[in-house]
Design a protein around this ligand. Structure first.
Ligand code: SAH
Length: 267
């Protein structure tokens, strides 16, 4: 997987990707990250990347030309034009914008199937809309809030996609069980000590019985999702056993909240 990022602030990526899974994936040759400063592609001695908005209003707008020249140099003008013409995308050109489709695990999975992804990070009041007409194939938002730039959104997407690249996470099971991977939130997790400040880990997790543990986790995931994100259940495939567990959820409300009891208290 190759990521190309167009930004006015390439340095922002250094600290985040100096460590982390993305760094390891880069070192292992599983992903490539290429940062491009849009300013380098701005024509003219002053390399101006922004200008005042037509029609007035405050702030500055990023000019279309430096971004277009950068894309042509990095992706190639023919491919960009062909993608726009045919609608068949070979290299997604992703514009980060609060007006885009909200990012999700499903979108991360879809993006991972490409060999290469290109991100355009906006700044100021955003980018000249004509970059969308000319080159952008996906407009993506990180969520219903406004950031000062697309960089953090691009980093979040790069990290989410990198985790899905085969071989990046050693333990493939972890990917399957991650929250959202199966349309459910993940069950609560615990590690040593077994009792902390009177709070005991659910007994089943200490039982060594893998089937029971798997069932407990599935139920917890179902209950949690029902309580916190019922919208997810509308599209998640559920088995008969899942439905029974959900129907019993009222009785299990305590455990659904992750409230556990110290077995010593009961003794
Ligand atoms: N005036 C714009 C917001 C500009 S914020 C508007 O109201 O739509 C500056 C830049 O930050 C944007 O161009 C975009 O690249 C990025 N950005 C802000 N919020 C974002 C979000 N929720 N998701 C992705 N990118 C975002």
């Amino acid at each position: 997987m190759r990521f190309d990022v167009l930004t006015l602030f390439p340095g922002l990526f250094d600290s985040v990707f100096a460590e982390s899974i993305v760094r390891r994936a880069i070192d292992a040759g599983q992903v490539e990250l290429h940062l491009h400063n849009i300013r380098d592609y701005a024509p003219g001695r002053h390399r101006v990347t922004d200008d005042t908005p037509f029609g007035g209003g405050g702030g500055m707008v990023m000019r279309v030309e430096p971004i277009m020249l950068a894309l042509e140099a990095i992706v190639g003008g023919e491919l960009i034009a062909a993608q726009k013409r045919s609608g068949e995308v070979q290299v997604p050109i992703v514009l980060l914008t609060p007006a885009g489709e909200v990012f999700s695990q499903r979108m991360a999975q879809a993006l991972e199937r490409f060999e290469r992804l290109v991100f355009i990070c906006g700044r100021y009041e955003g980018v000249d809309e004509r970059i969308v007409d000319l080159a952008v194939t996906h407009e993506v938002s990180l969520g219903d809030f406004v950031l000062s730039g697309g960089e953090i959104a691009a980093m979040a997407i790069i990290e989410a996609v990198t985790r899905l690249v085969p071989g990046v996470l050693g333990d493939m099971r972890a990917i399957v069980e991650d929250s959202h991977a199966r349309g459910l939130l993940e069950a609560p997790q615990y590690t040593r000590p077994a009792i902390y400040r009177g709070l005991a880990v659910p007994e089943v997790l200490l039982s060594g019985n893998h089937a029971l543990v798997a069932r407990w986790r599935r139920e917890q995931a179902l209950w949690r999702t029902a309580q916190r994100r019922p919208d997810l259940l509308e599209t998640t495939p559920l088995s008969e056993a899942d439905r029974r567990a959900l129907a019993a959820a009222d009785g299990g409300a305590d455990s659904a909240r992750g409230v556990t009891h110290d077995p010593n208290e009961r003794a």
